[in-house]
Design a protein around this ligand. Structure first.
Ligand SMILES: *[C@@H]1O[C@H](CO)[C@@H](O)[C@H](O)[C@H]1NC(C)=O
Ligand SMILES: *[C@@H]1O[C@H](CO)[C@@H](O)[C@H](O)[C@H]1NC(C)=O
Ligand SMILES: [Cu+2]
Length: 130
């Protein structure tokens, strides 16, 4: 009898622990993340494939770290991304060398607007946030 109560209590403790772990995971999952673009290389040439296989959420922040004498970050539309143009006119261009940009839901298109960087050196990204 005492044995039975003991194992029931143990089962309950294990259950509560599991529930706690699950809740913890939910909270960790829901939190917004910072992503350093290009990892240790930063925002540079050939960034086109960097987002592949990564998971981005709405309101996550991209950290663009780069040499601001050589590059910039232009937030463009789909046309700007595919044609390497700063469109629409008046598109926001970041130039600090350490820019934090929050993702909106859906496609977020970025290019470097320096001559030929987008076209020749694939310095562009389409980051899809869910
Ligand atoms: C993201 O970076 C900011 C600073 O830019 C920091 O305050 C925040 O805690 C970071 N968030 C996460 C989830 O690391
Ligand atoms: C993103 O942030 C905005 C403003 O803080 C908030 O209203 C919105 O619910 C957030 N969206 C998601 C999916 O977290
Ligand atoms: Cu560039």
């Amino acid at each position: 009898m005492a044995q039975g109560r003991g194992s029931a209590a143990r089962t309950m403790i294990v259950g509560i622990t599991l529930l706690g772990l699950m809740l913890h995971c939910e909270i960790v999952n829901a939190a917004n993340h910072n992503h350093t673009v290009g990892d240790s290389d930063g925002w540079t040439f050939y960034m086109k494939n960097w987002p592949l296989g990564k998971k981005f959420r709405t309101n996550d922040t991209l950290i663009f770290s780069y040499n601001h004498y050589m590059h910039d970050v232009a937030v463009v539309d789909k046309n700007g991304y595919y044609n390497c143009q700063t469109t629409p006119t008046g598109a926001k261009v970041y130039t600090s060398g350490n820019d934090h940009i929050k993702l909106v839901k859906g496609h977020n298109y970025f290019i470097c607007s320096y001559s030929e960087h987008c076209e020749l050196f694939k310095m562009r990204m389409d980051v899809h946030a869910v």
